[in-house]
Design a protein around this ligand. Structure first.
Ligand SMILES: Nc1c(NC[C@H](O)[C@H](O)[C@H](O)COP(=O)(O)O)[nH]c(=O)[nH]c1=O
Ligand SMILES: [Mg+2]
Length: 247
């Protein structure tokens, strides 16, 4: 009996990409086999709801505590913090090249001691869903959209997950600390397309930073700049995405 192979998205644990990654719920592509006789089953199994929605996280889905809470934690204005911070340590941390202990050693240019636990607690306190976003994610989930996080963030994304359970709505599939690639580098977007095995025209990318949106558009992905939940809902709807609540 002939056996045909179909590829479809299923929920499965992610494959670790770097030693820094820790598996949490993730959507991936897998191969299953079905017999040629089960034609109706084949149609269902090979169907993938499009477009796939790719979400930036910080200041799109989750409030970023960096701009207000962190300067307050260090009791200095944001400008002063930026002047005394190490210029590349955070980026290395986001790329998974250093861990939080190494970050703590070089967080400040002059290597003054850092209260790492205090800083992490400050971040945890500051994470919250952006206004109206969780309701929108709920509606998109009810409409069966495949959604992935596509974020520049270190393994502290797990602190966000612990607090807000973002994986209820989307998979933490593309975190820079796991892929080693950061937006707006074209390679970060090409990696997403490669791993999802999807055409760029079948994806919509949402990010608060226009540079990241433009980089997506440069590889053929439709982009929306996030301003607030209401306008995002409107723009998605204009692009044919079903955002109505099923209740
Ligand atoms: N916490 C520190 C940050 N945070 C700023 C942003 O969170 C960060 O730049 C991130 O890249 C944004 O992620 P997303 O792409 O919007 O999901 N920046 C610093 O320089 N130093 C920090 O300690
Ligand atoms: Mg952002």
């Amino acid at each position: 009996m002939a056996v045909q192979l179909y590829k479809l998205p299923i929920s499965a644990p992610p494959k670790p990409i770097t030693p820094n990654s820790r598996p949490i719920k993730m959507l991936t592509t897998n191969t299953i086999s079905v017999t040629s006789q089960a034609s109706s089953t084949q149609k269902v199994l090979s169907k993938r709801k499009l477009p796939i929605l790719l979400f930036d996280i910080m200041d799109t889905i989750v409030r970023d505590p960096f701009y207000h809470d962190v300067p307050e934690f260090f009791r200095m204005p944001f400008k002063e913090l930026m002047e005394c911070k190490h210029p590349t340590a955070w980026i290395e941390f986001e790329k998974g090249l250093i861990d939080e202990r190494e970050l703590a050693k070089i967080f400040f240019k002059d290597c003054r001691p850092l209260d790492l636990e205090g800083l992490k607690n400050c971040m945890k306190r500051g994470y919250s869903y952006m206004g109206g976003v969780e309701a929108l994610l709920k509606d998109l989930k009810e409409n069966n959209y495949e959604m992935h996080a596509f974020t520049n963030y270190p393994d502290w994304y797990m602190m966000i997950e612990d607090k807000l359970k973002v994986s209820t709505y989307m998979s933490w599939t593309f975190c820079s600390c796991m892929t080693g690639k950061r937006k707006p580098d074209a390679d970060a977007y090409l990696e997403v397309l490669r791993r999802l095995e999807v055409d760029p025209g079948n994806c919509i990318f949402i990010d608060d930073r226009m540079t990241n949106v433009e980089a997506a558009q440069n590889v053929g992905i439709s982009g929306i700049q996030f301003k607030d939940a209401a306008s995002l809902r409107r723009e998605l709807s204009n692009m044919g995405v079903e955002t109505c609540s099923k209740n």
